[in-house]
Write a protein that binds this ligand. Structure first.
Ligand code: AMP
Length: 581
């Protein structure tokens, strides 16, 4: 196995991205060659051809539902080539937080190799700016349930599929500070207990921790919110060398017993540091003085957690991790010094074949006649054919058996690194609030919530988390936005917040409809503390993984269970009077 070398990795990346167009053709060729026997490709008459033109003319764009019959056959144990030449032995469960229904996608060894390529690349660039050597990392990583279908196929989340295999561990060994907690904690059956023990290991090895990580920023914030509640218990455990009785998973208890010894000095020092903090500002560098940065995906639906994360991180830089999905990888963050709000992702042309569907917002007058579309689409273009300043939907062809698969993410091309594009993540395409001709995305909702959130600042209140739904059971329908707050706010302020959000949706369709009353006043519903924790637990119960959890920003009417949780926990409601209706 070659030893990892940052400079070599960067050089290889530069070479590949200089010639991205050719690398793309070669990559497509490789994918189509190894999968030539796949039923899916045969069905569309590709007949073993591997050139871009034949591929695009034979194989249509697809969405997940087009693949479901193939994936079902794989799950049932049909080992004939369905989507890939080699039989698929495991499936990944994508988070599916929007629809409330997780999706299954194929997982194979090639996806592990892609993950390593992308992780090696971003690490090489990161390590050039913030060299950290091979200490330890406090990683909030978890595994999820692993289920074997009747057909003998393993189903679990993509992150668990990665962590469970030796190849990933081996490949990461050279490049990364190692997780300070053992597998028993990562693979523990109860995420709250694993979280507690991640902290315990982190505190025991506090001087050796160089990095604090979680896949998504949400779980970093969730972790430190829990720390605020359990830090004193952790101090007692460290002081006495005895693990709290709250930790009941036998394998975790056994593992912890091996390293936990009474350490009153360390306990005293942790206690003193925590007591000295002002509202937990800078807790990460205070307790882990050698940490160089905090790392995890921080863009897209994670942006709302940045404020809180910055608070915990104090002076430490926040570095956003790479951009990918259970379906496959899209790009690496090779500019680690950029603040998360400005992060761009560079596409690695050897990890898949990429196409981009050009999207344009329709003009206001066109919107009147096209209630069902939010964007006007043109024919997909190749990786090197995209234009700076334009927005696109990402289409993937992967080594994992997805062909011209619409990922459903909207990205903006903001530049090129050599000849490969740099993408800014814009939003999920499917997440729209829409009553009639209005169309608002996840990003529009986020901006509206941020705007109204400013009104809470003088009261030193924070929005812990938020989501939305549409109320169409009465006429006219309306937007409902749900907030969980850090503490109680005054009636006046919350009334103003409802007005502020109503005015913050500036899409022509919404404003017009509000003015004529065909959309009713926006409703702000305030939730009991802990509601989003309950929603998280609900998703974990469906087989989801905390590491991949994304709070659903819009709750679909079919997602009855989450709507029930929201409705049961609503304590107050405020209707906007912004449009005087
Ligand atoms: P899942 O496969 O369930 O983990 O979800 C994948 C989705 O998470 C992607 O399609 C994106 O919408 C989102 N995502 C992943 N990485 C990033 C990132 N770096 N920035 C923003 N969104 C991301």
């Amino acid at each position: 196995m070659p030893i990892f070398c940052c400079e070599e990795t960067i050089n290889e990346f530069e070479t590949l991205t200089r010639d991205a167009g050719r690398v793309q053709q070669d990559t497509l060729k490789k994918i189509l060659k190894v999968n030539a026997d796949a039923e899916y490709l045969k069905h569309f008459g590709l007949n073993g051809r591997t050139d871009v033109q034949s591929y695009k003319s034979c194989i249509p764009l697809c969405v997940h539902s087009d693949l479901e019959p193939y994936i079902q056959r794989i799950a049932d144990g049909d080992s004939s080539p369905q989507l890939t030449g080699k039989p698929i032995t495991s499936l990944s469960l994508s988070s599916g937080t929007t629809q409330g229904k997780p999706k299954f996608v194929p997982f194979n060894d090639e996806l592990i190799e892609n993950t390593l390529q992308i992780n090696h690349t971003s690490y090489a660039f990161r390590n050039r700016e913030y060299p950290i050597g091979k200490g330890k990392a406090l990683q909030f990583i978890y595994s999820s349930k692993q289920v074997v279908t009747k057909g003998g196929i393993l189903i679990t989340t993509a992150t668990t599929n990665l962590y469970r295999g030796p190849r990933y561990k081996e490949g990461m060994k050279d490049i990364q500070t190692q997780c300070c907690s053992p597998d028993e904690v990562v693979f523990g059956s109860d995420f709250q207990q694993s979280l507690y023990c991640h902290f315990l290991y982190g505190l025991i090895y506090s001087d050796e921790i160089y990095q604090v990580f979680s896949t998504f920023a949400h779980s970093l914030v969730r972790a430190f919110q829990t720390f605020e509640e359990v830090w004193e218990d952790l101090c007692v455990d460290v002081r006495d060398g005895v693990l709290s009785e709250k930790i009941t998973v036998p394998s975790i208890r056994e593992a912890v017993a091996k390293i936990l010894k009474p350490n009153p000095e360390l306990a005293e020092s942790i206690h003193k540091k925590c007591m000295g903090l002002n509202n937990w500002y800078g807790v990460i560098p205070a307790l882990w003085p050698n940490a160089k940065y905090v790392y995890g995906i921080m863009t897209g639906s994670m942006e709302p957690y940045l404020k809180k994360l910055r608070h915990y991180a104090g002076h430490l830089p926040l570095i956003s991790a790479d951009y990918g999905a259970s379906e496959g990888w899209v790009g690496a963050n090779i500019n680690p010094t950029l603040p998360p709000e400005e992060v761009v992702y560079c596409v690695l042309p050897q990890t898949g074949y990429f196409e981009f569907i050009p999207l344009e917002k329709p003009k206001a007058e066109e919107m009147e006649n096209s209630a069902s579309i939010h964007y006007i689409e043109s024919d997909p273009v190749g990786l090197t054919e995209v234009n700076i300043g334009k927005i696109y939907e990402v289409v993937l062809t992967t080594f994992g058996g997805l062909y011209r698969y619409r990922l459903g993410d909207v990205v903006k091309v903001v530049g090129f690194h050599n000849s490969t594009p740099e993408l800014k993540f814009v939003c999920r395409r499917s997440l729209v609030l829409s009553i009639n001709i209005d169309k608002n995305t996840e990003k529009d909702l986020q901006l509206a919530v941020e705007e109204a959130g400013k009104l809470l600042e003088p009261e030193e209140l924070e929005i812990v988390d938020f989501t939305s739904s549409m109320e169409k059971s009465s006429d006219p329908g309306r937007y409902v936005i749900y907030w969980e707050l850090s503490s109680d706010a005054s009636e006046d302020v919350l009334g103003s917040c409802a007005n502020c959000m109503d005015l913050a949706f500036v899409d022509g369709g919404y404003v017009g409809s509000r003015k004529v009353g065909s959309i009713g006043p926006l409703e702000l519903r305030i939730l009991k503390k802990g509601t989003f924790k309950e929603i998280l637990h609900h998703f974990l119960g469906l087989g989801g993984n905390v590491s991949q959890f994304k709070t659903p920003r819009f709750v679909n009417p079919l997602n009855i269970k989450v709507l029930e949780i929201l409705s049961r926990n609503t304590t107050k409601s405020y209707f906007s009077t912004a449009y005087g209706l």
